[in-house]
Write a protein that binds this ligand. Structure first.
Ligand code: TYD
Length: 209
């Protein structure tokens, strides 16, 4: 496992597609900057690495990649993301808010039948454990309704109902397994209400550190 740079704070935001991770992560970065923190948004899969680009191309392909190959690409992309962005930012003392991290691999590649322990072990060989995971919890029906309302092209192959249900179940089990790391937040309310709850939680969390 990589040594975690001690000065910064590493927070990741997880949840099924449609749960609002990107919106809330970006709003949180803005909020933390307004409080005087040096906060930065990053995301996985990246848009600049070769594995990240291959993954993004695969999202709208008729067939999913074989699960092991998909898993490896996410892992390779993660290593690049950590080296290029997260670790230097943490060394610089920043608060890094990452939109998806290795819990996405456990939930998504796990939902395709890959063993959870294997996914976690392989990730922990190359990835650092974050300080906090914010899990945005939303029912699959509501998530799919939000995706269809937001996007012209509709749902992609990662977002089929039965897949997302499995993904959601795994996320909730992960939160039970790692209660000290996870904070689960119900996101059925409006963006503003949820964001206020997140801001209160995060400012307390950062104050206590
Ligand atoms: P997503 O955050 O939805 O991308 P965008 O910013 O384009 O909205 O991520 C794309 C998909 O990648 C999402 O459906 C979940 C999937 N994914 C995995 O299956 N495993 C992983 O390890 C990660 C990081 C993402």
């Amino acid at each position: 496992m990589l040594e975690s740079p001690s000065s910064g704070v590493f927070i990741c935001v997880e949840g099924i597609d449609g749960s609002g991770k990107t919106t809330h992560s970006r709003l949180l970065v803005g909020y933390l900057c307004s409080l005087g923190f040096d906060a930065v948004y990053t995301t996985e899969p990246t848009r600049y690495s070769l594995p990240g680009r291959r993954l993004r191309e695969s999202f709208f392909a008729p067939e999913r990649l074989p699960v092991e190959e998909e898993f490896r690409l996410f892992l390779e992309d993660r290593v690049i993301h950590l080296r290029a962005e997260v670790i230097p930012l943490l060394k610089d003392g920043k608060v890094v808010i990452t939109d998806r991290y290795y819990f996405s691999s456990v939930a998504y590649q796990g939902s395709r039948g890959l063993d959870w322990n294997y996914i976690l072990e392989e990730n922990l060989k190359v990835a650092i454990v974050p300080n906090l995971v914010l899990l945005l919890d939303l029912s699959v029906d509501e998530a799919l309704a939000r995706i269809s309302a937001d996007r012209e092209e509709g749902v992609n192959t990662f977002e089929k109902k039965e897949n997302l249900q499995k993904v959601n179940d795994i996320y909730l089990k992960l939160a039970e397994k790692f209660p000290k790391l996870f904070h689960v937040i119900d996101v059925h309310n409006s963006i503003q209400t949820v964001q206020e709850e997140l801001q209160t939680f995060i400012s307390n969390f950062l104050e206590k550190r």
